[in-house]
Design a protein around this ligand. Sequence first.
Ligand code: EPU
Length: 460
Amino acid sequence: MFGLSPTGAVWCAYLAASMEAEMALEKFIINGGRRLTGTVQISGAKNSALPILAAALLTDEPCTFSNVPDLADIRAMTDLLGDLGAEVFREDREAKANGNGDEPSGDGSLKICVTDESDSHAKYERVRKMRASISVLGPLLAKRGKARVSMPGGCAIGSRPVNLHLRGLQALGAKIELDGGDIVATAKRLKGAEIFLGGPFGSTVLGTANVMSAATLAKGTTLIESAACEPEVVDLADCLNSMGAKISGAGSPRIIIEGVDQLAGANHEVIPDRIEAGTFLIASAITNGDVHLANCRLDHLMAVIDKLREVGVIVEKSNGGATVSSARRLEPTDATTQPFPGFPTDLQAQLMSLLCLSDGNSAITEKVFPDRFMHVAELLRMGANIRKEGPTTIVTGVKHLVGAPVMASDLRASAALVLAGLVAKGTTTISRVYHIDRGYERIEAKLAALGADIQRAADN
Ligand code: EPU
């Protein structure tokens, strides 16, 4: 009943056009060829912070979250929480507004307190801007007994069903209907259950987050089998446990949740963003640079580091982070994206940019989102040699990439184009950089501080 979105491509085109109409368009101008050196501070994890902020809906008490990145997606989530009756206060933004600094200077702290539970509708206008809005479904249902959340559509990385989220919540006793494009979920009190959350492409990250969050307030014990093992799920479980939840096994495929009657407020620090860190690892490697990543968890990046070392990049643990350098043309390799702890789909595009310049043929297979290859056509415009066969691309290394005007299509594809631009001969202009602003905090400032020649400009 709640299967694939049948109109993904049409919906995407409509969404891109309507979002652009609302936004001042900007582009990046990159003059390639600079070697990156120095230290970069990795921000808090977007994909951890989003379901964690939604978890504030599970309690009447104030929550404080630190190391929350200042990103378009985070602002979309706090706007949504505002609609749902929460008061949100961002300390570093307030400091900036008071003239205390040009850049966010605090620890990325957000204070959230729900003061009004009367409106439980996450409307289409919000959800269409950010699919992760679906993260409020489980918390609203568990705490308020009802939730109305616009059904997310597909996006540039492919069809994005939520059938597993709904199946999990139904197993907890929720009645779920579809009404006017909204998911309408109701339950007097959820009841613990045994739930298998595996799907055709493996586990589901936000599906696990939704069902786990909802089960914290269910009566009795819930067992989730085939749960997502991503560090973001562990971070959410740690946050919920600090609020009084009883969750064990997070980080493994079997999570057990003993329901409690109520949760208290939270005081939680979000983990560092492993995808931003991986992007900077590759930025250093692709420019033959020497970059230190501060605030970075190497244990969240083992598959990535293993792959980088295999092609000849030097990655060393240092001072609570990593130093990554490369001094020669890299070897080709084969890589397959998988759920954690495998190689992340969110770094597939960036790895492709790197392998475009390796010495031979590489194969990259996408097993999480088989259609996530929007970057291929743009990399071809920059002189890459890539052939796509179903969910696999064969990348033949070229001597150099050449700067060109290219188009950002989704968050990680855009990051791949930035990486290609850093090393391409000449000038690359990347339009529609609002995609990259969804998930990277001031990426151009961080890259410029490492020596890149990159500027943001209006895109007329
Ligand atoms: N799937 C289903 N049914 C569902 C849910 C998912 O079949 O009900 C399928 C998906 O179509 C996909 C696979 O399962 O083939 C995995 O999807 P998942 O549910 O894990 O994705 P998600 O939770 O919606 C999060 C991240 C994505 C990241 C994926 C995979 C957030 C906010 N988003 O999405 O991040 O790619 O997990 O790791 O956490 C990004 O940051 O650029 C991004 C897209």
